[in-house]
Design a protein around this ligand. Structure first.
Ligand SMILES: O=C[C@H](O)[C@H](O)COP(=O)(O)O
Ligand SMILES: C=C(OP(=O)(O)O)C(=O)O
Length: 492
């Protein structure tokens, strides 16, 4: 089928909607209909591509925002969200900002981790505990092996919305709106499930509240007590090579604790940890409804998470997300991918942190293993030369995703390590502090990223692939990463 013919069909699809802007949901249905008229499946994706990317009138004023079929239902959810209690306190966000300032000064290291996309079904005690457990293990490894204070930040209790590279997903010739996270629509591949449902925004609130409640209980109620360092090392991890290495370290920590006990030292810091929550603040309806004026200072805080970030796809200087974030008092992050120039970064910093306040702004770089050594230096050098106060964090996941030969979306553990190593090397060369890592990981024994000490192969991906969007490091890979990063930190 020729381009003009495809264009004609696409035109017809648009005019079938009466010339009105049409939503992603409608497009999904229309394209499924058009599919029946097209002789070859490739033509379907060509039509989709034209509809979505070719300047057709999509009713999607803000990048990454769903188009809800019923505006009244959205208004009702937003109105309800506005009445609900905060999930975090402004004072806690201020504490985290202070900690991020220490990261920016090179006095601490950020460990930020959790699922790519949380799911409502994943809100179980086991799941939350497993994630927390591996974060605690990673944090102890980094602190003990590198003697650097670690700021612990969960990518959890709010990470329910995902930006997608395509509005549509096609399976076996059927095209539907893409899954955008449990905050928006269902993962099931049916037209009903993929319709954006604003009732889910309330589910996000309740799922986040339940998760945060449990995390708070774990970190203050004894589970995070350093004397539990052995009990975090359980089941499949304990028998792995890295689990045994951890066991030796835990024994050393035990001896040190016994010594402290013998001399009568029992600092409170050993009994509990500071732990904060973070997510990408993508859905403006939700995030805005969860923004409250702090009674102490009169300043607006997003009270759905301590730290929120702007994603790579929504960091346009004149975009809705930058405009929203500029008013918040929370510590905030911005992703910088390979297309970000030094001038982009400087303009973002000037807009989002006009007072150049330490701890307020974090740049999370995600260039990819093959590009970080060329892409990061010019940005880092120019931002530093401008005297901009920012913490630098490496996301070694999002620039390293590819589709395996068997169709699974995956990442190579080796690429993840190579990007972190590149990040450390570039910072050392420029004379700046490699402030932390943001990783997509889970506390379970999943098979989503290939490589690592257990040498997971592409064929092995099928064994236990559970992520609904991007592949995560499993618990053994996460611990291996922590040891490798600890070595890099020691050298830094
Ligand atoms: O987590 C990040 C993004 O949501 C994800 O990488 C997008 O994936 P896609 O390219 O499959 O839409
Ligand atoms: C979508 C994400 O990353 P990025 O914006 O860097 O693609 C993410 O961290 O979930």
């Amino acid at each position: 089928m020729s381009d003009p013919e495809i264009r004609a069909i696409a035109h017809e699809v648009v005019f079938n909607s009466g010339g009105e802007p049409i939503s992603a949901t409608d497009i999904g249905e229309l394209i499924t209909r058009v599919t029946n008229e097209l002789p070859h499946p490739d033509d379907v994706s060509r039509v989709s591509a034209r509809l979505v990317a070719g300047g057709w009138p999509l009713a999607d004023p803000h990048a990454g925002q769903p188009t809800y079929p019923d505006p009244d239902a959205v208004a009702a959810s937003v109105a309800r969200l506005r009445t609900l209690p905060p999930l975090v306190f402004a004072g806690e966000c201020d504490e985290l900002r202070e900690k991020m300032a220490a990261v920016g000064r090179g006095e601490a290291f950020l460990l930020q981790g959790g699922d790519c996309a949380e799911t409502f079904d994943g809100v179980t005690a086991d799941n939350v505990r497993n994630k927390l457990r591996v974060l605690l293990q990673m944090s102890v490894v980094l602190t003990y092996a590198a003697s650097v204070p670690v700021v612990k930040l969960g990518r959890l209790a709010g990470q329910y919305a995902k930006p997608r590279s395509s509005d549509l997903e096609t399976r076996d010739g059927v095209t539907l709106p893409a899954y955008r996270g449990d905050a928006v629509n269902g993962f099931d591949f049916t037209p009903e499930s993929r319709i954006p449902d604003p009732g889910r925004l309330l589910d996000v609130y309740h799922a986040s509240a339940a998760t945060l409640n449990l995390v708070r209980a774990f970190v203050t109620g004894g589970y995070a007590d350093l004397r539990q360092v052995h009990t975090w090392n359980t089941d499949f991890v304990k028998t792995s090579a890295v689990g045994q290495r951890y066991e030796q370290m835990a024994a050393e920590i035990d001896r040190a604790l016994s010594f402290m006990n013998a001399i009568g030292a029992d600092p409170e810091e050993l009994r509990r940890v500071d732990f904060h929550s973070s997510h990408e603040a993508l859905l403006l309806e939700y995030e805005h409804a969860m923004t409250r004026t702090d009674s102490r200072t009169g300043a607006p805080y997003n009270v759905s998470g301590h730290f929120v970030w702007i994603g790579e796809r929504t960091r346009q200087l004149d975009g809705a997300h930058v405009e929203y974030f500029r008013h918040l008092r929370n510590p905030i992050g911005v992703k910088l991918g390979p297309t970000a120039s030094a001038d982009d970064a400087i303009a973002l910093a000037r807009t989002l942190n006009p007072d150049n306040e330490p701890g307020r702004l974090t740049f999370i770089t995600r260039f990819g293993a093959g590009r970080i050594r060329d892409g990061l230096p010019p940005v880092l050098e120019k931002v530093t030369a401008e005297g901009i106060s920012v913490s630098w964090v490496c996301d070694p996941m999002h620039g390293n995703t590819f589709e395996a030969s068997n169709g699974y979306k995956t990442r190579r553990f080796e690429d993840v390590i190579a990007e972190v190593q590149g990040f450390f090397d570039v910072h050392r060369a420029v004379g700046t502090w490699p402030g932390g890592i943001l990783v997509e990981m889970t506390g379970d024994d999943v098979t989503e990223c290939i490589g690592g000490g257990e040498e997971l192969t592409e064929a092995g991906l099928a064994h236990r692939y559970e992520s609904v969007v991007d592949p995560r490091l499993n618990r053994v890979q996460s611990l291996e990463l922590a040891y490798l990063v600890a070595e890099m930190l020691r050298d830094a």
